[in-house]
Design a protein around this ligand. Structure first.
Ligand code: GLU
Ligand code: MG
Length: 638
């Protein structure tokens, strides 16, 4: 969301009555915008990263660490420079769901020069320093995906008490004070999602069963019938949206390229989720999952019982398979169409209106599908809009469909083109790791477009991969569906036909177009079977003119990616597990005590700041570098 602006949110009853109004006008707004911008051409590659951070306060005397609820205060300061000189700042700061979170991006997007890979990490470091200057001596800004003891007693500073019987969240564990207070949007979303659903959200995470793990895990099940006794029960939007991630946005040269990128990056989402897994601890328990994904998905799941298939449909129109936060349901490029193998739900009249206005059926299906969701946050001053110019109703629904990929039309009256957002990654501890992940994904997009690679697999297989990606140790232990031959355009019907008939001119390898591979095999390659993403990137780079300095930076990043994929370096999640399980206070009971939490966060902070070097997390010879400027006299890269 943009800089802080005030507004008055409508109650759920009022919002509900206007759901159809938002839907109708949102779709008209998209149609108008599409007509204006469909033929927009010639935008150049630009890209940027977004990092979400948690402000942690350490109580060294008591050996405790808590989340500090000063996000709003810090943002008011951080935004001063931008307000004074919007084009001159190195970083931009935005609010996030929780009062202890902030989100930072580079001041300007990066461009097509390979040399830009040299400034990503320095910019991330700059952001951290900028925040650090405003912190109290005992506070730190940390890029951790989840705060391990979120929802435990007194986990925040100042402390606050949950209010199970009143307020927006009504959680047993998560107080409303922990929601970002600077804009009503966040509290309003929490309340409306709960009210639309008809009950609190409910997330049950399987506990990691250690030797002394007690079942029932705690007495949540006594307080809520939604709580499973052998699971860690979470009952608030904040448990999900209070998690942090690392996102990337790309501007494509036109709408077709944006669709291609959207599709081609989709099968990489689960792979990158497993690779960046960083959140094994929730509400003070070691769980059996490594990622935040399903937690956020459950934390904003506004579907009613009817929509979840628990009751016959009466008030609602559809049974809906997924939450608003989930992996995408359809590809958008003509090439992707054949892989759209899960039914796409939408209102016929919405779809028809889009198609009647010249929008092709893939994009029409995508937009109509987003619009099966009701608005869950509406402000009184935004109800009546000029559909020729405004896009707020469209954005209202678009921005509350939190999916692995987001297809973004150019904003009204701006110089920005068609964009796609890559959203699965968990945030890493150090700027070095985050920069490595960012550069790796950006390089992949260059390789995909230059070599016209094809990563497409059926959407249902991407969904299957998303679930595997979150399992404990998935990066090493799970196998993911992947396309075997990424240089072919042959697709399922042809391939199946060919294989079924046993036709003699059918090349055997095309019969099993999709194979299961480990993250290591996907990233580093599999002898004689799959080239590997890193070798592909290296081959691409060998044809490019790269200056020595940039080359060195990129190679450090790629080596890190290679080593982590191979297991030589642990995922953040595995590293955190190991730390807890080897802690002298750990009682093999899956409980992450105040003291373990404190030591863990202290250690992570020391690693982040370079106080401590940790080969198991960062690799033997990795040395992060600081570079402030793009070296001059470099040739245009891609
Ligand atoms: N924090 C959310 C996540 O971890 C993303 C929120 C956003 O879209 O900025 O996925
Ligand atoms: Mg964000």
């Amino acid at each position: 969301m943009g800089l802080l602006t005030e507004g008055s949110p409508l109650s759920w009853e009022e919002t509900k009555k206007l759901a159809q109004h938002v839907r109708e006008h949102g779709i008209i707004q998209f149609i108008n915008l599409f007509k204006r911008l469909r033929d927009r051409e010639g935008d150049v590659l630009k890209w940027g990263d977004e990092v979400e951070y948690i402000i942690v306060k350490f109580f060294d005397d008591k050996k405790q660490a808590k989340v500090s609820l000063r996000g709003h205060e810090l943002l008011l300061k951080l935004n001063e420079k931008e307000l004074a000189d919007p084009d001159g700042v190195k970083s931009l700061w935005r609010p996030e769901y929780a009062a202890y979170m902030i989100e930072g991006t580079p001041g300007k997007p990066y461009g097509g020069l390979l040399a830009h890979f040299n400034i990503v990490e320095a910019n991330m470091r700059h952001r951290r320093e900028e925040v650090s200057e405003l912190l109290k001596p005992d506070e730190r800004v940390m890029s951790i995906t989840s705060f391990p003891r979120l929802g435990c007693e007194d986990f925040s500073d100042p402390p606050a008490k949950p209010t199970p019987n009143e307020g927006a969240t009504r959680s047993l564990f998560f107080p409303d004070e922990v929601i970002f207070p600077g804009h009503p949007r966040f509290k309003n979303l929490s309340r409306n999602i709960r009210e639309r659903r008809g009950e609190k959200v409910a997330i049950n995470l399987p506990i990691f069963r250690d030797k002394n793990t007690k079942i029932p895990v705690d007495d949540s099940f006594k307080h809520s019938k939604a709580a499973l006794p052998d699971h860690v029960y979470l009952d608030a939007m904040g448990f999900g949206m209070g998690c942090c991630c690392l996102q990337l946005t790309f501007q494509a040269c036109n709408i077709q390229e944006a669709r291609t990128l959207y599709d081609q990056l989709t099968p990489l989402c689960p792979v990158m989720l497993a690779f960046t897994a960083a959140s094994p601890i929730h509400r003070g328990f070691l769980t059996d999952v490594d990622c935040r994904w399903n937690i956020i998905s459950g934390s904003v799941d506004c579907r009613t019982e009817e929509e979840r298939g628990l009751k016959p449909l009466k008030e609602n129109k559809f049974v809906i398979k997924k939450s608003r936060y989930d992996s995408i349901d359809s590809y958008l490029s003509p090439q992707g169409e054949k892989y759209n193998d899960i039914p796409l739900l939408y209102n016929e009249e919405d779809y028809k209106k889009l198609v009647d206005n010249g929008i092709d059926h893939l994009l029409a299906g995508h937009i109509a599908h987003l619009f099966i969701r009701d608005t869950v946050s509406l402000f009184s001053e935004k109800i009546h809009q000029n559909d020729e110019e405004d896009t707020d109703h469209f954005e209202n629904i678009q921005s509350t469909n939190w999916q692995t990929m987001r297809f973004k039309p150019p904003p009204p009256n701006s110089t920005i083109g068609w964009r796609v957002e890559f959203r699965p990654c968990e945030v890493q501890i150090t700027d070095f790791e985050n920069a490595a992940v960012v550069c790796f994904v950006v390089l992949l997009t260059r390789v995909i477009l230059s070599y016209q690679l094809n990563f497409l697999i059926p959407i249902s297989k991407v969904d299957e991969n998303m679930q595997k990606a979150q399992m404990r140790g998935a990066s090493m232990e799970q196998k993911f569906w992947f396309r075997k031959d990424i240089t072919t355009q042959i697709s399922p019907p042809e391939a199946n036909e060919c294989c079924k008939t046993g036709s003699t001119n059918c090349e055997p390898q095309k019969c099993d177009m999709f194979v299961q591979m480990t993250v290591n095999e996907i990233i580093n390659g599999k002898e004689g079977e799959f080239p590997g993403l890193i070798p592909l990137i290296n081959s691409y780079l060998s044809n490019m003119d790269v200056d020595a300095d940039t080359h060195c930076t990129i190679q450090q990043y790629l080596k890190f990616i290679q080593r982590r994929a191979s297991g030589e370096i642990l995922t953040t999640a595995s590293w955190i597990r190991k730390f807890v399980m080897e802690h002298p206070d750990y009682k093999q009971d899956s409980i992450v005590s105040e003291k373990i939490n404190y030591d863990l966060l202290k250690t992570l902070e020391d690693i982040q700041s370079g106080e401590k070097y940790c080969p198991l997390l960062l690799g033997q010879s990795t040395m992060s570098k600081t570079k402030e400027t793009v070296p001059s006299a470099l040739k245009e890269g891609c």
